[in-house]
Design a protein around this ligand. Structure first.
Ligand code: ATP
Ligand code: MG
Length: 427
């Protein structure tokens, strides 16, 4: 058995006077869960990204808790809890909108006895449910900065992997041998890039250098998991940076092969993606919602248009051709990342509505504004205009009409009934 724990150090306890964590940033529910398990006699800490963020002075977006209580024992203490997961059996404790993840300390599968079957032939971890000590739990995590624990009782950060120091100097370092750890779980590559983009850190050389050559391993990850990871990249508030990271590490062609192909020499598509991702980042950072369907609609727009063009040439009517091309495009992408049905329908609707923005006259123009997907389709159209695909005037017209009363709106479309219509392309 290979010993890969070269960043394994003796336990370092960092006192409050040094880490200066603002405990007001710890959500009450997470504190309650920790305190309940502590009272029941279990060793329990906050762990992972929330401790990392607290040390950095950032408000954590979710809280993970690690304990030596077994999953069934955790559940006994919370009515609002559920055992989930097969690969990792963890407990979710539900509170309204957010849930708190509680997991039992686990050992790295390959280190435990009789666990050879936990790793597949390619080195990938298939199951990881071997319980262990807090120390073993620390070294099976991905990066040293994600392996910090917070002891709420003593207000101490517990560090088994030198993660505190790495965090202070802003370095993302894999625990153990990076190549082995990427082979076990290729998603760690995406996580490294996301944390760099989001937290403005650096990735140490030996953690970064295997990514380019090992990126193809991501294609072995189930599409549903990749969808989740891709959404995390694009909803991080740093979607543009993440996209550039994917491009720099040749991962775009692994995750979005048809997008990458269409991007070749297409400045306008590249600008569209750029503008859309910056827009997403602005929305996320100001607390607004974003729909995953919108991002996928943008990324797959050109591949869709190419299919639509072929269907036009075959004389297939727009309405039919748009749906068929849309569904085909989405299906092509789902060989890599799944796209849940509720999103794929929205994507196709956003695309299909695009040609309706050319019709700025008659009843249909007015009806468009009450379509359930109008808002998304309108935002999409404005981004197209900003990237030079459409006249800015079109966008301005639709922006203006939304601000008017019904009577004025009718007047505006009536004026267009009298003017000859102009078209930039068939969209
Ligand atoms: P954020 O929630 O801000 O995206 P995070 O680090 O908390 O970042 P989670 O997915 O919530 O990410 O995971 C919680 C913790 O679980 C991580 O901090 C890390 O310690 C561990 N972890 C998550 N994914 C992996 C993985 N693929 N391999 C090893 N450890 C992981
Ligand atoms: Mg987290």
């Amino acid at each position: 058995m290979e010993n890969t724990n070269n960043n394994h150090h003796a336990l370092n306890r960092i006192p409050a006077s040094e880490h200066r964590i603002d405990e007001n940033k710890i959500c009450d529910k997470a504190r309650y869960v920790v305190e309940t398990l502590l009272k029941a006699g279990y060793e329990t800490c906050l762990v992972g990204g929330c401790v990392r963020d607290l040390v950095l002075g950032i408000e954590p977006k979710d809280f993970d808790i690690a304990t030596n209580a077994h999953p069934e024992q955790i559940c006994e203490h919370f009515d609002n809890s559920r055992l989930i997961g097969r690969r990792f059996r963890i407990v979710h404790v539900y509170y309204h909108r957010n849930n708190i993840e509680v997991s039992t300390f686990r050992a790295q599968a390959s280190q435990a006895n009789n666990q050879a079957s936990n790793a597949g032939a390619n080195g990938r971890i298939l199951r990881d449910n071997t319980f262990g000590t807090i120390e073993e739990d620390a070294i099976r995590r991905d990066f040293t900065i994600n392996a910090l624990y917070y002891d709420i009782e003593k207000s101490e950060v517990l560090d088994y992997c030198n993660g505190y120091q790495d965090l202070k100097v802003g370095n993302i370092c894999m625990i153990g041998n990076p190549e082995t750890r990427y082979r076990e779980d290729p998603v760690r590559m995406l996580r490294a890039l996301r944390f760099r983009a989001k937290l403005n850190l650096t990735i140490e050389d030996k953690t970064q250098s295997p990514i380019k050559s090992m990126g193809h391993l991501l294609s072995e990850i189930p599409p549903a998991r990749l969808f989740d990871e891709v959404i995390k990249l694009f909803h991080s508030g740093y979607a543009m940076r993440c996209f550039q990271e994917l491009d720099n590490f040749d991962l775009l062609h692994v995750l979005f092969p048809i997008t990458q192909k269409a991007l070749n020499h297409d400045e306008s598509f590249s600008l569209l993606i750029h503008n859309a991702l910056e827009n997403t980042d602005t929305r996320i950072r100001s607390g607004k919602s974003v729909n995953p369907a919108f991002i996928f609609a943008i990324l797959l727009w050109r591949p869709y248009l190419q299919l639509l063009e072929q269907s036009n040439q075959q004389g297939i009517p727009y309405s039919e051709g748009s749906w068929a091309s849309g569904r085909r495009t989405v299906l092509d992408q789902t060989t890599v990342t799944s796209i849940p049905k509720r999103f794929s329908v929205t994507i196709c609707e956003i695309w299909k509505l695009q040609n309706r923005f050319q019709k700025k006259h008659g009843r249909k123009a007015l009806q468009l504004m009450s379509h359930p997907r109008f808002r998304a389709a309108y935002d999409f159209m404005c981004l197209r205009a900003r990237s030079g695909e459409l006249d800015e005037e079109d966008c301005a017209w639709w922006t203006q009409i939304q601000t008017l009363s019904e009577q004025e709106q009718r007047k505006m479309v009536d004026q267009n009934n009298k003017k000859p219509r102009k078209r930039k392309n068939n969209q």
